[in-house]
Structures are given as structure tokens and as C-alpha cells.
Design a protein around this ligand. Sequence first.
Ligand code: PGA
Length: 251
Amino acid sequence: MRRPMVAGNWKMHGTRASVVELINGLNQQALPAGVDVAVFPSCLHLGQVVDGLAGRAVAVGAQDCATEAQQGALTGEVAASQLHDACCSLVLVGHSERRLLLGESDEVVTRKFAAAQSSGLLPVLCVGETLAQREAGQTLEVVAAQLSAVTDALGVEVFSAAVIAYEPVWAIGTGLTASPAQAQEVHAAIRAQLAAKSPELAGKVRILYGGSVKAASAAELFGMPDIDGGLVGGASLNADEFGAICRAAGS
Ligand code: PGA
């Protein structure tokens, strides 16, 4: 059995005051013991969140890291080793907002993935198609290419210490959730692609769904055989809603 994970991506949200409120709200949530829960605050608030959630079974991750694992002269970037030192245990790589708005290529995403692992962080590789790609019938091809970029460069074994998040771009922040069947189709294809190289590993890797997940839609999505939890954006800024999504993954 794969242990579910629910991760909250806070994106570019939060002030010191609102982060205090969110931490307080999370500290009041009953979180299911059988679910890995993680939050990804902005880099600015990582220390505050690590301290504020100390003692809770909530992992803290970063939303991005540099392509270089070690510290150095790279203005504005944060190295995976620095994130590890700051008590992060995970990092998102290849979120579609970074791929599309900041032009991150598969090659850059792969280097970040490797930097994360070499620093002891669990990379969460985000993949997903745009609406135009879905409408052109290219969904599986696009997602397969994003996944192959990593496995071709680093080998399939790297997914023994990584998580995948399938996030259709058209469902992110739009209120449009992929139907459980639509999501399951892509999750199954991702797992089959890994299984072609290593069936044992494919059976163990967690594949999260992301894109307008809400408490109301979570249980049905998480009930699908290849959906192992969620990467939650907007709804993770509300502690009660996020707590409910975590509990849905535990039921
Ligand atoms: P959303 O974001 O839940 O607000 O759609 C998900 C994500 O981008 O990780």
C-alpha cells in the first residue's frame, strides 16, 4: 500500500501576519496518522513555518530550488542544500507556473530534481498538459515527455525517492477540476511508463493530483486506484479546508 500524501502549495501568498494565522489554524487541525502532510510556503516564510509547526507531523518544503545544489554566487537563488539546512524535507520542481511563466525547460527541471536529491530533499516533480494540448489529444504524450526527461537523464531509480504530481494546467486555480476518471487515466499512464522500466518501483511511487482540489472533491479523486493524494494550491490557504482534504486522504 502506498501512503497517501497531501501537500499544500502556498505559492506567492502570505505576510508574516497571515502566516501566523495559517500556522495557528493548522495547529488546530486533527490530521490523520496514515497520511504524509506537507506545506510549501514561500521561501521568505520557511523558517517561520518550520518553527510554528515544530512538533506537528507536517513536513515543510520549498516551491523551487536552484539548479546548483551547493551554495555559491547565484544572486536571488536558493540552493537545495540551504533548504535542507533550513529544515525543509521536500521541494517542488517543474511546477507549470514556472515552466510556462518563467520558461523552465525540462532540462532545468531535471537539474533541479537532481540537486534536490543530492541534498537529501524529496523532489515533487510536477507534470501536466495545457488546455490546448488536451484539446489536441496530446495529454499523455506531453506528460510522458516531461517524465522521460527525468528518467532518461537520471534513470528510473531516482523515483524511489521522489513524488510525482499530475497537475493539468487548465485545472490550476481555475475551479475546474479534472474528473476522477480523467485524472486516473493520466495517473495510470504515468505509472505504466515507470512500470515498463521497473514494475516494483512503479508500484511504490506516489502520484498526487493537483488542480483546484477542494474538500468537496478530494474524497472521490483520492478514491481512484492510482491517485495517492493531492497537491493543493488555493484551498491550502484555508486551514480548515486543507485539514478536511488531509482527512479525506486518510479515510
Ligand atoms: P490550485 O493549485 O489548487 O489552486 O488549483 C494547485 C497547484 O498549482 O499546485
